[in-house]
Design a protein around this ligand. Structure first.
Ligand SMILES: [Zn+2]
Length: 419
C-alpha cells in the first residue's frame, strides 16, 4: 500500500491564507513557525497575545490536523479553520488529506498520541451520554426507550444467562429498536465511550440466537450527524474517530499493560483491559504498532483457528484453546472422550463463562496462562484449519461469495490473498 504523505507546503499555504484573513499584511502575526510536530502560529481565533505580537500559542498538529491554542484554549481543525474562514480546500488535496488521516490512525505515531494528544484534545467532538440520552428521549431517534439495564429488563436476564459479569451490566444499556413501523424488538446497547462518559460509537444486538441474531454498529460519524442534523461533521474530521469507534473500549484500556483483542464487543467485557473489534473487516494495524503489548483471543472455530495461525505467524501471542482444554481434561473426572467432546463445544469466551455459572472465566481458568509464546513454538496447539474452514473464513471476510460457491472457486479466491 502506498504511504499517503502530507503535502506540508500545501498545509502551510492554507494556514497562511487563514492568517491573512485576520492579521494585516507584513505583520509578525502572519508569520508561521514550522516544527516537526506541526505549524505554530498566532491564534486566528482569539487573536493570541495582545501584549506580545510574536506570541504563537496556536498549533496545527501534523499527526491529526487538529488545532489547539494555549492562549484561550481555542480548538479547531484544518477543515474547521477553512470552513470558518471561507477557504475551500482543493478537491485533490482534500482526498489526499483524507487518505493521510485514515492511514495515520493505523500508525504507531497515532497510537502513542491518541491517549493524551489527539483524542483528548478533540473531545469537543465526542458526544456526552447526556446528549445521547436526550436525543433518544426526544423520540425521533433510531432507538426508543434508551435506558440503563435494570433487573426487570429481558436484557438483564439475557446477559446473566450468558455469564456476563455483574460489574459489567450497569455499563450496558437497553432499548427498543424499530425494525419496521410495526415491528420493534428489545436490544442490548453496548456503548463505546471514554471513562468520562464521552461517546465514540455503539453496537446494538437483539436477544435472539442463531440466524435471528442481529448486530448493528453505529460509528462515530453516524451518531454525530444524527445528533447534529444541521451541522454534519466534515468526513475528514470524522475519519480517525470512525476508525476508533469500531474498537470497543479503546478509550478505556491502559496501553501500558497488555491489551487483549477480541472479535466481539461482548467478549471484551469478560476480560480485563480488553478491546472488542468487529467482525473480520476490522483493521488491527493500529493496535499492532510497536510499543503496544497486544495479544489476540480468537474464537475456537475454523475461522478462529485460521486467524490464530495467521497472527501467531506474525509474532503475536494468541489464545490457545487446545492448551486450556488439555489442562482441563487432565483434571477432569469421568469419561475422557465425553469430556473432550463437551470441552470442544466451547467456541468462545461467552460459552466458557456459561460453563461455569457464577464464576468469571478469567480467574476460574487462569486464562492468562494460555497465550502462545511469541516465538511461535506453540503453533502445534492450534488445530490445522481445513479447506472448508479457509473457505468459511474467506466467505466471511469478503462477504461476497455465494453460499454455494464451489470449493474450487474458493480455492481460486484463496490464491489471490496474501498472508
Ligand atoms: Zn486562541
Amino acid at each position: 500500500m502506498a504511504i499517503a504523505t502530507l503535502d506540508v507546503a500545501y498545509i502551510r499555504a492554507t494556514v497562511e491564507e487563514v492568517l491573512s484573513k485576520h492579521f494585516p499584511a507584513g505583520s509578525e502575526k502572519r508569520r508561521v513557525i514550522m516544527k516537526e510536530k506541526g505549524i505554530e502560529m498566532a491564534c486566528p481565533i482569539c487573536g493570541d497575545s495582545q501584549k506580545n505580537p510574536r506570541a504563537k500559542r496556536g498549533i496545527l498538529f501534523f499527526h491529526s490536523l487538529q488545532y489547539a491554542c494555549q492562549n484561550e484554549g481555542c480548538r479547531s481543525s484544518l477543515t474547521g479553520l477553512c470552513k470558518d474562514n471561507h477557504i475551500q480546500l482543493d478537491p485533490e488535496q482534500r482526498m489526499a488529506i483524507f487518505q493521510y488521516l485514515d492511514q495515520q490512525i493505523l500508525s504507531g505515531a497515532y497510537a502513542r498520541a491518541s491517549g493524551d494528544q489527539f483524542v483528548m484534545d478533540s473531545l469537543d467532538k465526542l458526544m456526552t451520554m447526556e446528549q445521547l440520552q436526550a436525543y433518544f428521549d426526544e423520540g425521533d431517534g433510531f432507538l426508543r426507550r434508551f435506558r440503563p439495564i435494570t433487573k426487570r429488563d429481558p436484557q438483564h436476564k439475557y446477559l446473566v444467562e450468558r455469564g456476563t459479569p455483574e460489574h459489567a451490566i450497569p455499563e450496558i444499556y437497553a432499548a427498543h429498536a424499530q425494525i419496521t413501523p410495526s415491528w420493534k424488538e428489545e436490544v442490548i446497547v453496548l456503548i463505546n465511550r471514554s471513562p468520562g462518559g464521552k461517546v465514540l460509537g455503539m453496537q446494538t444486538r437483539n436477544l435472539q440466537g442463531g440466524l435471528k441474531r442481529r448486530f448493528k454498529i453505529y460509528n462515530f460519524e453516524f451518531l454525530y450527524n444524527e445528533l447534529h442534523p444541521d451541522a454534519h461533521i466534515d468526513p475528514i474530521d470524522a475519519a480517525p474517530y470512525n476508525k476508533l469507534s469500531y474498537l470497543f473500549n479503546i478509550l478505556r484500556v491502559d496501553f501500558e499493560r497488555p491489551v487483549t483483542v477480541f472479535e466481539g464487543y461482548l467478549d471484551a467485557l469478560f476480560y480485563p483491559n480488553a478491546i472488542g473489534a468487529v467482525g473480520t473487516e476490522t483493521d488491527f494495524g493500529f493496535l499492532t504498532s510497536e510499543g503496544v503489548d497486544v495479544r489476540f483471543f480468537f474464537d475456537n472455530d475454523g475461522a478462529g483457528h485460521w486467524k490464530a495461525q495467521k497472527y501467531l505467524r506474525k509474532g503475536f501471542p494468541v489464545f490457545l484453546w487446545e492448551k486450556l482444554f488439555a489442562r482441563q481434561l487432565a483434571r477432569a473426572k469421568g469419561d475422557p472422550l465425553e469430556n473432550a467432546r463437551a470441552l470442544r463445544m466451547i467456541k468462545d469466551l461467552n460459552a466458557l463463562a456459561n460453563a461455569t455459572p457464577g464464576h468469571d472465566p478469567y480467574h476460574t481458568y487462569g486464562l492468562e496462562a494460555y497465550f502462545s509464546a511469541k516465538d511461535g513454538l506453540d503453533s502445534h496447539w492450534i488445530p490445522a484449519p481445513s479447506r472448508a474452514d479457509k473457505a468459511a473464513y474467506i466467505a466471511r471476510k469478503s462477504n461476497k461469495l455465494p453460499q454455494d460457491a464451489s470449493l474450487d472457486a474458493l480455492a481460486a479466491e484463496l490464491q489471490n490473498l496474501s498472508w
